[in-house]
Design a protein around this ligand. Structure first.
Ligand code: ADP
Length: 295
């Protein structure tokens, strides 16, 4: 079965990324609401075909921590990627002033399990762990999207990638391992930064007054890594995040070690009403959006 654009009814804009827009769509044949991501690329037919073929392995990728994939196709020079619609959208919209430790712990658990699944089942590295690539739904589920499944797609995105808020690990910025030397341990760094951002509500390298992006990258490569405040978070949480943010790649833990970390065990055992948190956080997000629209 091949999914196609003709079957989609476009409903609304969910967000705009660097390479195109994400729409909420209604897929008529299945009556399923989906998110349709457009990726605008300057590539020939053969390369586009290759991307669609490589994305196909995602049909096998079923995990509660990974956004479901429904299919992909291309039209002219755009790749269209159909995925599970996550109705509370990305994590960055849900923490204007941070989040409580229990919620942070459940988010960390979901991300580690999702990353571990990608590596173990598909042998892929995410490459772009950041708050906008962690999605939440009304059931309070937390799932990863936008991972680097297709080598062809990774290459074309990497060539044009410039972000002003970098979640890239120091070794990636410096390029010591070369473009192919990217390892799972670099995703662990990105997770560490993401957790600090989720805990504080702010991108950790954004508080200093950088004059340009090079200063910011320089701080990531040469400065002390940021840390979680021990006044607001437990020692376990602070230690977990500090391990993720080891400057030296080799010092960062593997996923199995991370899941055995005392904080992860504690967070796994504790009951947190994620559904309730998500509902409140999403309602606040809608209220802020409404207030901004009224201004
Ligand atoms: P980015 O480059 O910031 O990751 P994307 O183009 O991937 O941007 O996505 C833009 C925004 O669209 C995201 O920040 C998110 O809020 C929203 N979005 C993406 N995928 C989905 C989805 N499956 N369900 C709901 N919202 C989504």
């Amino acid at each position: 079965y091949k999914i196609s654009m003709a079957e989609m009814q476009v409903e609304s804009v969910l967000g705009r990324g660097q390479f195109g827009t994400v729409h909420r769509v209604f897929h008529r044949p299945t009556r399923v609401t989906m998110a349709l991501k457009e990726i605008r690329l300057e590539l020939n037919q053969r390369a586009l075909q290759q991307i669609i073929m490589e994305l196909d392995v995602l049909h096998k990728a079923r995990s509660p921590y990974i956004v479901d994939f429904y299919g992909a196709f291309f039209i002219e020079s755009c790749v269209y990627y159909c995925m599970e619609y996550m109705d509370y959208e990305s994590l960055d919209r849900l923490y204007p002033a941070g989040m409580p430790e229990g919620v942070l712990g459940k988010v960390a658990l979901a991300v580690v399990r999702g990353l571990m699944f990608l590596k173990a089942e598909l042998n892929i590295i995410h490459r772009d762990v950041k708050p906008t690539n962690i999605l939440v739904n009304r059931r309070g589920e937390v799932k990863l999207c936008d991972f680097g499944v297709s080598g062809e797609l990774n290459q074309s995105l990497a060539k044009t990638h410039v972000g002003c808020q970098s979640y890239m690990a120091p070794e990636r910025i410096v390029g010591t391992n070369g473009p192919e030397g990217y390892t799972v341990q670099s995703d662990v760094w990105s997770l560490g930064l993401t957790l600090i951002e989720a805990a504080t509500g702010r991108y950790p390298y954004g508080t200093q007054a950088f004059t340009n992006i090079f200063d910011q990258l320089n701080a990531i490569v040469n400065g002390e890594p940021p840390s979680l405040s021990s006044e607001q978070y437990s020692q376990g949480a602070c230690d977990f995040v500090a391990r993720c943010l080891a400057k030296n790649v080799g010092d960062r833990p593997a996923y199995t070690d991370m899941l055995r970390h005392p904080w992860m065990l504690e967070m796994d055992a504790c009951a947190v009403d994620m559904e309730d948190w998500a509902a409140r956080a999403h309602a606040l997000y809608l209220a802020r959006k409404q207030a901004a629209a009224n201004k």
